[in-house]
Design a protein around this ligand. Structure first.
Ligand code: HT7
Ligand code: ZN
Length: 880
């Protein structure tokens, strides 16, 4: 599409107060009669034509104030409906369109998933159902009559409350009438119809109103929605306690569908979910699945206030609802589970998905200023970095002012479409802080680098910190300015424990909280009464989304990894130590030398395993600490001229060494963690299973034969999917004579379980061997694989793009394969095709040969004449 710019924003010329939809469902010929009450927007200049958006629409008829419209009086194409001379006052426009949901492979608008009808309207899908002012600042009340064949679709669901239902005039058909009293933008519209099973429950709000809850699934799967239902009730209670936000309708329905482009959708009162974020059982779901379900259920529920009651003025403000809602779901999960463990997982996710975005050609602001295809901006930058920005805001103003600012925001903008400036303005007002420089987080792309240099003067008993921030240019932004950031830090005594912070260079509040504000490019803080050189614990809790360049010694990192009172930094210290060793290992391998043996690192791992075995540390935390940085993490640290094979070799060598050195301790830990208690998905039990799986993996890396024997025993004995899949992972990723047989047996056992097969497909695609590309090609003919199901495609193809050595094969065949898939998928599902292609986002950081293949691949795609706007946008920016 044409570029859309934030600076060009204008209020809509018309407002649509009421929408009345009459939808008569049919697989190939659905009829939609839309009656709109429209008036000129008093805030706009008058006299404009009325231009409604459409996308692949077929017009049947149009009426103005009840009378058929003269064909001369309007123009309709599949993409637009124009009324050049609309009435001056309020008027009623009735438009009938005909749709073919069975042929809608894009999964936007009205489509079929399995045997059900469902819709997806965010961001611009409503215009695929009927002509409309498809923009989030047009808010309307909706009254929707849904009619369908009773046998085919006994369940008829819409937004809001059920007003009535009955027999239709046509034999065998029935109808339901749904009304939503809350004004909403059309992207929150939804309907679902089908033969669905459900579970139900109820929630009584703080003010005593009863809300009927239901989760709809395919028949036979409904019991697997129990965990999601419990998570929903926890989320509803949490939003009341943490933010004073109550639910505002009599019913809240969730539907799980198997064909969905993203994770889930927060349609008002009718959330539609990808089934992987609803369905779980001991047999089928891993602990990560349970955690994701809890998080996504909460996320969509929290949108009811941050997104639905207060929505976005335009799509540039997407982070206003997404960053804020991710922050809210993160805090919810932190309260439900272990806070430090949750924080470490968030930061790992941010570094894996957002940092590469910020470092490559697809870098964009948290609040972008131009887009050609909005669906390509549902990114880690908008979501995850957007959440980090809200987290920083909370740190800067403090807990109390944060809550007051949120209250002010809810109060002031309820029922409106708001902007990021209005949101941040609430916090500036309640805290009295100048947040102008903070706004730069929304307006500048790229990950800032914070450099910190330390100097201890034993005679003067001072410890000096010189802190500086810088931000490299990104596409379209050659110069950058410093942004306000909170830096949480502590000075850790070599004996353990934090030193008191005393300084004339900081405010009382900063010294008391340990959170120092960096507003400028540089800041110097001299701490007094520091007799012995401490280890600097910098950026505690990852208080700002930056990279850090420090002068810590490996000895400092070893001290911090055992003694830092901040658990995030305790984890970070060991990761940093491992990263340094691995970076040297990669260099050595590229120079034809063997990687070093690092005794301090081996000892640090030994101490960690002992602590875990003795129950001195949280098992979930121990599991995260034992996990080495990924190949992609190391590639990011290297930054340029990346050789994936050398990274793989260095990492493999270190894992082997650790597994061999600590073989006995790991085997003992693995035995000790075998759980005889009945299964529970709670965080504590999940932590033990995570630790057991990582102990197995590390053991097997150093002791392949015994390790595989252990894995086979774990696979046989496990009573849950986490341990079963952890064992299968070792068996599949390591070559052995039993691999194929065991893997096939697993896939046969779960032949009727698509969500388990997705894990299996992804695992096959991750095998770090040259034959994997052929294996993946072969699996595309597997009876359970389908290019039309996004979950299958993401599992197998997306999984392969995450295989660092094999996707980045030096012969370029991995890229050529992705090209084939993207070009083949583009005509049917451009959103999924475009997202797959973002796997090329770091191509410029590769070594020369691979970089050449990657560029050639992008150029071959770029010259194709009939690309979708989605893929065209990604390929153009990737090359830009
Ligand atoms: N707000 C939702 C976004 C979404 C979406 C966007 C584009 C295409 C398909 C989509 N499905 C859902 C998801 C969320 O809660 O963030
Ligand atoms: Zn969201």
């Amino acid at each position: 599409g044409q570029p859309v710019r934030l600076v060009d924003y204008r209020v809509p010329d018309f407002l649509i107060d009421e929408v009345d939809l009459d939808v008569s469902l049919d697989r190939t010929a659905t009829r939609v009669v839309s009656t709109l009450i429209i008036r000129p927007n008093p805030a706009a200049s008058d006299g404009a034509a009325l231009t409604l958006d459409g996308d692949e629409l077929t017009l049947v008829s149009a009426h103005l104030d009840g009378a058929p419209l003269d064909p001369e009086a309007f123009q309709a194409t599949p993409a637009q409906f124009v009324l050049p001379n609309p009435p001056r006052g309020r008027f009623t426009l009735t438009i009938e369109t005909r749709l073919d949901p069975a042929s809608n492979t894009k999964l936007m608008g009205l489509y079929r998933s399995g045997s059900a009808y469902c819709t997806q309207c965010e961001a611009e899908g409503f215009r695929r159902i009927t002509y409309f002012l498809d923009r989030p600042d047009v808010l309307s009340t909706y009254r929707v009559r849904i009619e369908a064949d009773r046998e085919e679709a006994p369940v008829l669901l819409g937004n809001g409350n059920l007003e009535g239902k009955g027999e239709a005039e046509t034999a065998g058909r029935h109808w339901a009438l749904w009304t939503d009293p809350h004004k909403k933008p059309c992207y929150l519209f939804a309907l679902v119809a089908g033969d669905l099973a459900h579970i139900s429950d109820a929630f009584v709000t703080a003010s005593g109103r009863k809300v009927d809850l239901a989760i709809f699934t395919e028949h036979g799967r409904e019991e697997r929605a129990r965990y999601a239902m419990e998570a929903l009730k926890r989320a509803m209670a949490w939003d009341e306690k943490a933010y004073g936000r109550e639910y505002d309708l009599d019913v809240f329905n969730i539907v799980a569908v198997s064909d969905f482009n993203m994770g889930a959708m927060e349609n008002k009162g009718l959330n539609v979910f990808n089934d992987k974020y609803v369905l779980a059982s001991q047999e089928t779901a891993t602990d990560d699945d349970y955690a994701n379900i809890e998080g996504v259920i909460a996320h969509e529920y929290f949108h009811n206030w941050t997104g639905n009651r207060i929505t976005c003025r335009d799509w540039f403000q997407l982070c206003l609802k997404e960053g804020l809602t991710v922050f809210r779901d993160q805090e919810f999960s932190a309260d439900m589970r272990s806070r430090p463990v949750k924080r470490i997982s968030e930061v790992r996710g941010l570094r894996a998905a957002q940092f590469p975005e910020d470092a490559g050609p697809l870098a964009h602001n948290v609040r972008p200023e131009v887009y050609s295809e909005i669906s390509n901006f549902y990114t880690a930058t908008v979501y995850q970095k957007g959440a980090e920005v809200v987290r920083m805001l909370k740190r800067l103003v403090g807990d109390e002012a944060f809550r007051a600012g949120m209250d002010a925001y809810f109060h002031r903008y309820d029922g409106q479409a708001a902007t990021v400036e209005q949101f941040v303005g609430c916090f500036a007002e309640v805290s009295g802080r100048d947040l102008d420089r903070f706004m730069r987080w929304y307006r500048q792309a790229g990950t800032p680098k914070v450099t910190v240099r330390t100097a201890h003067d034993p005679a003067a008993r001072t410890y000096r910190l010189e802190i500086a921030q810088s931000l490299a240019p990104t596409p379209g932004q050659p110069t950058k300015l410093p942004a306000t950031m909170p830096l949480a830090l502590g000075l850790v005594d070599p004996e353990g424990g934090d030193l008191p912070l005393v300084s004339a260079d900081a405010s009382e509040a900063e010294l008391a909280s340990g959170v120092f504000v960096l507003d400028d490019a540089e800041r110097v803080i001299v701490f007094r009464d520091v007799a012995r050189r401490p280890a600097l614990s910098f950026l505690r809790g990852f208080s700002a989304p930056v990279t850090v360049d420090d002068d810590l010694t490996e000895q400092d990192l070893a001290v911090l990894s055992r003694h830092d009172p901040d658990h995030f930094n305790r984890w970070q210290a060991l990761q940093s130590l491992v990263t340094r060793v691995l970076l040297r290992g990669v260099k050595a391998i590229r120079a034809g030398r063997a990687p070093e043996r690092n005794a301090a690192l081996v000892a640090a791992f030994g101490a960690l395993i002992d602590d875990a075995r003795a129950g001195r540390i949280d098992p979930a935390f121990a599991a995260l600490s034992l996990a080495l940085p990924t190949e992609a993490d190391i590639a990011r640290e290297i930054g340029e001229n990346v050789d994936p094979d050398a990274i793989y070799a260095a990492r493999k060598s270190l894992r082997g060494a650790l597994g061999r050195k600590h073989g006995d301790a790991l085997a003992d830990l693995h035995d000790w963690l075998a759980d005889a208690r009945p299964f529970s998905p709670d965080a504590e039990s999940a932590g033990r299973r995570a630790l057991r799986n990582i102990a197995l993996a590390l053991y097997a890396d150093g002791n392949i034969i015994d390790g595989l024997a252990r894995a086979h025993r774990q696979l046989r004995d496990a009573d849950n999917m986490t341990e079963r899949f952890g064992a299968l992972t070792q068996i599949v990723l390591k070559p052995s004579s039993a691999r194929e047989h065991t893997s096939d047996a697993f896939s046969r056992r779960y032949a009727m379980e698509p969500l388990i097969l997705d894990k299996w497909f992804a695992l096959q695609a991750h095998i770090p061997e040259r034959e994997t590309l052929d294996r993946v090609r072969g699996l595309m003919s597997h009876r359970a694989f389908s290019m039309s199901n996004p979950n299958r495609v993401r599992a197998l193809i997306g999984g392969f793009t995450g295989n660092h050595t094999q996707f980045n094969r030096p012969d370029g065949e991995g890229y050529a394969f992705l090209e084939e898939i993207v070009v083949g998928l583009d005509p049917t599902n451009p959103q999924v095709a475009a997202r797959l292609l973002t796997a090329m986002r770091s191509w410029r950081s590769l070594e020369e040969i691979r970089r050449g293949h990657a560029e050639a691949m992008l150029r071959r795609i770029a010259v194709l004449p009939s690309l979708s706007p989605d893929v065209r946008d990604i390929v153009t920016r990737s090359l830009g």
